[in-house]
Design a protein around this ligand. Structure first.
Ligand SMILES: [Zn+2]
Ligand SMILES: [Zn+2]
Length: 134
């Protein structure tokens, strides 16, 4: 168990998983999320900024939910999210349907791989172990 300071309110709490915020802030965030979702449902053409203003949520937070595909925009008009592959407008996530299927086929390798730190990399100083990773 890791004791950490909450990134939002600074309170000390036991970090378990997910975002680095305390249970109280997590709870508040869930309520914000429900508000945003509801607002988008009744205002499908709204923009990210409009949701942020109406629900008093940070734009960055809303973007994060969209990227995580927890929130989905009702129409492309309001969405200012763009595909990381081709720049087309998208409703949520990181890629448009076309790029997603390219990724699924393995054609989009160069754009699809998020940088994932390898936890074992420290042990591979001698280089010999690299052979077993293939
Ligand atoms: Zn907190
Ligand atoms: Zn695309």
């Amino acid at each position: 168990m890791n004791v950490e300071n909450c990134r939002k309110c600074g309170r000390i709490y036991n970090y378990i998983s997910g975002q680095h915020i305390c249970p109280q802030c997590k709870q508040a965030l869930e309520e914000d999320f429900a508000k945003a979702k509801e607002f988008i449902r009744s205002n499908p053409n709204c923009s990210v900024a409009a949701v942020a203003e109406a629900c008093e949520i940070e734009v960055g937070q809303i973007r994060q939910w969209l990227r995580e595909e927890r929130l989905v925009f009702g129409s492309l008009e309001g969405s200012d999210l763009t595909c990381e592959g081709c720049g087309a407008k998208i409703l949520s996530g990181r890629f448009c349907e076309k790029c997603k299927s390219n990724v699924a086929k393995g054609l989009g390798d160069s754009i699809a791989k998020p940088e994932t730190p390898k936890p074992e990399s420290k042990k591979q100083v001698d280089g010999n172990k690299m052979r077993f990773l293939k």
